[in-house]
Each structure stands twice: as structure tokens, then as C-alpha cells.
Design a protein around this ligand. Structure first.
Ligand code: F6P
Length: 322
């Protein structure tokens, strides 16, 4: 028997990602269009535990589309990792008479959603909201495009200095254990070397490449976090100790998470927001609502972190060739 939905709760969790607000807006407006009351849970799973549930309306989402961060705030809740914390969270879903839940975030968020489904049978779908683009089951995650563009813009600026001084620059980008940002940004900025966590590289080979590049005016090396080197500074130190190479380092850090989302992220976030509501109404649960080409996909939540989203081979070829 098909369930009737009166209230759908939504929240963002884990690292904020540009486009989350466009996503919230789309979920709220789709709920209203379908005759459902949208309930925002503030501060992610921690807010679910603390009962921070607020009824949302169309007005609350005015001017959200171009804002970075997340209107609903976010957290990395330690308490939710405990059975007691999840029990409290579930009791609040019951108390506020929530019929379905939409959880937007990265793999930690989706793992939490899976637990609510398994332990309490909560009707829940996840949506991919992370700059890392490391979730299987969707070509792109909300925030990845903006973060990549932000990083690319910063690197373009650094390149001016690298070029003017003929320097070597090692620039570290985010991605946790995935090299999607590093690869796309490295290719789009014409980096001489791109190091991703997915592929180990020998330091002597790196030195040989840097030497070969010496004939150019500058060398840009992009290093994704979470790989064999502990970031830009570690790599620079090793190059100095082993080969007396002088390199400047920049860690782009959280600058990549903020700012107004790109058009691509706004459209993706809006599409996934509408689809998340409609997926719940169609009876989907314990899946991530993603997009492949222009089609909405439903991937069982555990597959989104158990299966690895690989960096495409053509990107490795481009990085090597160009
Ligand atoms: O998952 C998004 C992300 O920005 C990663 O790229 C990074 O490793 C991590 O979050 C940083 O987390 P925090 O903001 O909690 O330090």
C-alpha cells in the first residue's frame, strides 16, 4: 500500500557544499507543490537528536539559490554514531510526525541515513552533497563544480606569480581521499604534475619530471589531499631533502567550500531536490538520488561508499599528455 506523506524532513550534514541552499530551496518548493509540509532539521544529525525541527515555507527559501553554505547549518555529530544518539534522533522523527526524510551530504551522512533505515525502518533517501565528488551512483555531487572552479581561479592567480618568477609551486587541493578535484583542476589549469590519492608516484620520477619541466618558465604541481604525501608541505620538504628542489607551497583549504554556487551546481541541486521528494513519494527508501547523464538514478545507500567512483582513464591520459 502506498504511504501518504504529510511531512517530509530535510537536513544537511557533514561538510557544507556550495549548492546546498539551492537544494534546500528545491526540496521545500517541491514539497509545497505536492501538498506536503517541509520540515527543516537544523544542524544535521545533531539537530535531529536535539529536536531542532522547524516548519519551512516558500518565503524562507527566497534568495537562497545563489548563497553558499547551508541555511539549515550542518555538523559532524559524534553522538549520532552511538545507538543512544540514534534512538533519540528517531524518537524526534516520531514526535514531529515525519513521514519521510531527505539527507544531503557526503558518505558519512549517507551511512547515517542507512542506519536510520536499518535500525528503525525510517523512510529516507540521501542526496549527494559534497565538494569531493567521491560518491558512486552520480556523475557529479552538489558542490564539486563550484569547488573546482574556485580552486582553478586561485591557481590561475598563483600561476601568474609562478610564471613571473620562474618558480615551482606545489598547490594542495581538498578531496579527502579522492582525487576528483585535483584531477579536474590540474587539467583545467595546465598543471605540469597532478598527484591524486588514487595513484602512487615515485619521488624520483617526480623529480625527473620537474627537471624536464625546468626548460619552461614555471612548474605547477597539484597535490590532492589524502594521498601518499601528507599534502603540499610534506612533498616540498621531501623534494628539498632528496633533490635540493626549492618549491613554494599553497594549501587552498576551506576557500574551496565557500562561495556562490556555479550554474551547473544550482541546476544539479535543484534537479536532485525535486527528484528526492518525488522519489520518496514513489516509494523509494534507503537509496541515494543521483544523476547520470540527465537521468535520475537510485543507488542503494551502501553502494555509494562501498563501490569506488574511479577517475576516468581519459583524464589520466590528458594529465600525462598535456
Ligand atoms: O568532505 C569535504 C571536505 O572539505 C574534504 O575535502 C576535507 O578533507 C574535509 O571536508 C575537511 O573537513 P573539516 O571542514 O571538518 O575540516
Amino acid at each position: 500500500m502506498k504511504k501518504t506523506f504529510k511531512k517530509i524532513a530535510l537536513f544537511t550534514s557533514g561538510g557544507d557544499a556550495p549548492g546546498m541552499n539551492a537544494h534546500i530551496r528545491a526540496i521545500v518548493r517541491t514539497c509545497i507543490a505536492r501538498g506536503i509540509e517541509p520540515i527543516g532539521i537544523f544542524n544535521g544529525y545533531q539537530g535531529m537528536i536535539e529536536g531542532r525541527f522547524v516548519s519551512l515555507n516558500r518565503k524562507a527559501t527566497v534568495n537562497l539559490i545563489d548563497e553558499g553554505g547551508t541555511y539549515l547549518k550542518t555538523s559532524r555529530s559524534e553522538e549520532f554514531k552511538t545507538p543512544e544518539g540514534r534512538e533519540k534522533a528517531y524518537q524526534n522523527l516520531v514526535k514531529f510526525e515525519i513521514d519521510g526524510v531527505i539527507a544531503c551530504g557526503g558518505d558519512g551522512t549517507l551511512r547515517g541515513a542507512n542506519l536510520l533505515y536499518k535500525e528503525y525502518g525510517v523512510n529516507i533517501v540521501g542526496t549527494p552533497g559534497t565538494i569531493d565528488n567521491d560518491l558512486y551512483g552520480t556523475y557529479y555531487t552538489i558542490g564539486f563544480d563550484t569547488a573546482s572552479n574556485t580552486a582553478a581561479e586561485a591557481i590561475d592567480r598563483i600561476r601568474d606569480t609562478a610564471d613571473s618568477h620562474g618558480r615551482i609551486f606545489i598547490i594542495e587541493v581538498m578531496g579527502r581521499h579522492a582525487g576528483h578535484i585535483a584531477m579536474d583542476v590540474g587539467i583545467s589549469c595546465g598543471a605540469e604534475l597532478i598527484l591524486v590519492p588514487e595513484k602512487a608516484s615515485d619521488i624520483a620520477d617526480l623529480y625527473a619530471t620537474i627537471n624536464r619541466m625546468g626548460e619552461h618558465t614555471r612548474t605547477i604541481i597539484i597535490v590532492g589531499e589524502g594521498g601518499q604525501y601528507e599534502g603540499a608541505v610534506d612533498l616540498a620538504t621531501r623534494l628539498k631533502i632528496n633533490f635540493n628542489v626549492d618549491a613554494k607551497t599553497t594549501v587552498l583549504g576551506h576557500i574551496q567550500r565557500g562561495g556562490s554556487p556555479t550554474v551547473r551546481d544550482r541546476v544539479l541541486a535543484s534537479h536532485l531536490g525535486m527528484a528526492a521528494v518525488d522519489s520518496l513519494l514513489a516509494g523509494h527508501s534507503n537509496v541515494m538520488v543521483g544523476r547520470v547523464y540527465h537521468n535520475i538514478t537510485h543507488t542503494p545507500l551502501p553502494e555509494t561508499w562501498e563501490k569506488k567512483k574511479k577517475i576516468q582513464n581519459y583524464l589520466y591520459q590528458l594529465a600525462e599528455l598535456l
